[in-house]
Design a protein around this ligand. Structure first.
Ligand code: ADP
Ligand code: MG
Length: 337
């Protein structure tokens, strides 16, 4: 063993990227989160070759000032929190300040941004983490991030990527989650030059119908529960529309897609008497809780959460879902009245 030394920043970023950036879909998730946090109302995604070649996300959000462009690509640099108190009540999707630094360390990245009110846009590039000087550019108000050749400098990692079709399917799933949880934002997705999805800003019920299918919406009952500062809203399919896999299970906590054991258990319990053991329910549910009562800083990918009062959350979900299943209200009618 040689002497202990502090690793260079580039290597530290690549190690962090190992946790956060697994495949093109992880890049897309980070970029979409940033666009949403920037207050965008219109987000356009362009993907080439399943995201292995290119992922571009353009938004009409607040933009980044020219003197902060290179900071945006640096580790632990964020505009979303500034102190420990902020960390206890996260209201944005991002907050760790490592998404862009991680992506930049394992790809070719171009960032162009126009802050509203600024004279013109600015751009910077990064190649495997080496950041260039900002240069003037042209771009409407908002930001475009373009990522090319993910893992070009980590051949071992690149080898683990699957086919173009599989990687695109993962990207599409990430895109769908964001579209489902943010119906008020317009989303466009193109792959290899073809338009795959285009949704205007719309009501939640209609977005669910367009993203998941008319059949799901027809089979769904509406959930809307609120008590003691917790809210549960959304649509869940009645048992007749059960699935062979867990492919239609979307649960969001304060707008963030999560996979959580406690939540999964509450849902399973609620469906237990009405669903055969080898069938899976379909649902899109939004849980809204006080940001101070949930910790999202559990894992770098932020898909796990820890509730301060897990029992109360479990009970609330169980009762809300049981009640909805026991006295179904057509999701479509509920929306029309
Ligand atoms: P985090 O999202 O955790 O703050 P990131 O590395 O993803 O960390 O982004 C760093 C910072 O760059 C963000 O805090 C934000 O200020 C800025 N940023 C990134 N993407 C955008 C965007 N699309 N629009 C405006 N600002 C952005
Ligand atoms: Mg981010």
């Amino acid at each position: 063993m040689s002497a202990i030394k502090l690793l260079p920043d580039g290597l530290i970023n690549q190690i962090a990227a190992g946790e956060v950036i697994e495949r093109p879909a992880s890049v897309l998730k980070e970029l979409l989160e940033n666009a949403i946090d920037a207050g965008a109302t219109d987000i356009a995604v362009t993907i080439a070759q399943g995201g292995l070649k290119q992922i571009r996300v353009s938004d009409n959000g607040v933009g980044i000032p020219s003197d902060e462009l290179s900071l945006a690509l640096m580790r632990h640099a964020t505009s979303k929190i500034s102190n420990q108190a902020d960390l206890q009540k996260i209201t944005s999707l991002g907050f760790r300040g490592e998404g862009l630094a991680s992506i930049a360390s394992v790809s070719y990245l171009q960032l162009i941004s126009q802050r509203s009110g600024a004279q013109h846009a600015w751009q910077i590039q990064a190649e495997g983490g080496q950041i260039s000087q900002p240069e003037p550019a042209s771009h409407p108000a908002g930001t475009t991030l373009e990522i090319r050749d993910l893992f070009f400098n980590l051949p071992a990692r690149r080898k683990f990527l699957k086919t173009e079709a599989t990687e695109f399917a993962h990207c599409e799933e990430v895109f769908r989650r964001m579209a489902l949880s943010h119906a008020g934002i317009a989303f466009t997705l193109r792959h290899n030059g073809k338009l795959r999805s285009h949704w205007q800003a719309m009501a939640v019920e209609r977005r669910v119908r367009e993203v998941l299918s008319e059949e799901f919406a027809q089979a769904a009952t509406w959930v809307s529960e609120c008590s003691a500062g917790i809210g549960l809203q959304g649509m869940l399919a009645l048992p007749a529309y059960s699935r062979a896999t867990r492919d239609m299970q979307y649960f969001f906590v304060n707008g963030r897609f999560v996979r959580d054991k406690l939540i999964a258990h509450a849902l399973r319990e609620a469906y237990r008497d009405v669903l055969h053991l080898d069938r899976h329910p379909a649902f899109v549910l939004h849980l809204d809780v006080d940001p101070e009562s949930v910790d999202v800083n559990v894992h770098p990918t932020k898909t796990e959460v820890r509730f301060r009062d897990g029992r109360a959350v479990h009970q609330f979900i169980y009762h809300g879902v049981s009640k909805a299943l026991a006295s179904p209200r057509s999701a479509i009618k509920a929306q029309q009245t």
